[in-house]
Design a protein around this ligand. Structure first.
Ligand code: GDP
Length: 200
């Protein structure tokens, strides 16, 4: 299963202004610089569909892309911009959190985690918030090409251990790399299986 069509539909400041809820929707979120734009471009085979970041001050919006004329891929404003002002951070977070809480056609949100780092407080807090609010999510560990497979496995295991302290059930996990394409088939396959009603 591949993505052969990815069309930018629009940017919204608010979940209430997002496109019609006629398609199943999958969102991507993560700490700034986690590799979200690169992953979206890798999944859709497009170099510049999602803008590679670097400008903490840039406008943060909810971006909708229609994939294969069938489902929406949503690029959500990231959390944890180190350099943004507190008010801006809160606005972006509220935009994403309201979207995740109230968007009725949202099927799953992929929460991106940097596979090189030990468990980060900001990620754990976000995951706990998603869990408490019963938002369906899966984890994607990014940038796996930057280190050995063994190191990535250890990183994932450390993260799962942290989650186990609070949760009885662990989320699905996929390891990815925008550089060598790792995780691409798994992520698209995961989405396609849900769309075909085989899981979820
Ligand atoms: P975003 O802020 O989450 O959208 O992150 P970006 O996609 O803009 O990526 C942040 C930086 O990490 C950029 O310099 C990317 O080139 C780099 N990057 C992103 N994904 C990968 C990856 O899978 N492997 C490697 N080696 N670098 C990556």
């Amino acid at each position: 299963m591949m993505i052969h069509q990815a069309e930018f539909i629009g940017s919204s400041v608010d979940y209430r202004k997002c496109p019609d809820v006629k398609n199943p929707e999958y969102a991507f979120i993560g700490r700034s610089n986690v590799g979200k734009s690169s992953l979206i471009n890798m999944l859709t085979n497009r170099k510049k569909l999602a803008k590679i970041s670097g400008t903490p001050g840039k406008t943060q919006l909810i971006n909708h892309f229609l994939i294969n004329d069938k489902w929406f891929l949503v690029d959500l404003p990231g959390y944890g911009w180190a350099k943004a002002s507190k008010t801006k951070k809160e606005d972006w977070e509220k935009m994403s959190r309201d979207y995740l809480l109230y968007r009725s056609n949202l099927v799953c949100v992929f929460i991106l985690i940097d596979s090189r780092l030990p468990p980060q407080k900001v990620d754990l807090e976000f995951i706990h918030w998603a869990g408490e609010n019963q938002i369906p999510f899966a984890l994607i560990f990014t940038k796996s090409d930057k280190q050995s497979k063994g190191k990535t496995s250890k990183s994932v295991a450390a993260f799962m251990k942290k989650l186990k302290e609070t949760w009885a059930e662990l989320p699905p996990v996929i390891v990815s790399s925008a550089v060598n394409g790792a995780g691409k088939e798994e992520i698209i396959g995961f989405i396609e299986r849900i769309n075909q009603g085989k899981v979820g």
